[in-house]
Ligand binder design. Structure first.
Ligand code: ZN
Length: 70
């Protein structure tokens, strides 16, 4: 038996939507399961999640431009 990547396709094209919580429940479950088995996709997911968090922070700053912290 040889490993067929088609049986367990990588989910990198779905990770963007997964980070944004924009996937169907079934798709999100499939991505979540794959991330637990695939270090490569998990690393991509961490990068996307960090970028998403940074964008959220930038958005908040734009909405509430307070004085700089001391
Ligand atoms: Zn993968």
């Amino acid at each position: 038996m040889t490993a067929d990547p088609g049986d367990d396709p990588h989910v990198r094209q779905s990770l963007g939507a997964y980070v944004l919580d924009a996937l169907d429940e079934d798709e999100a479950r499939a991505v979540s399961g794959h991330l637990q088995r695939c270090d490569g996709c998990a690393a991509v997911y961490v990068e996307l999640a960090e970028a998403s968090a940074l964008l959220a922070l930038l958005g908040e700053e734009e909405l509430s431009p307070g004085p700089p912290a001391p």
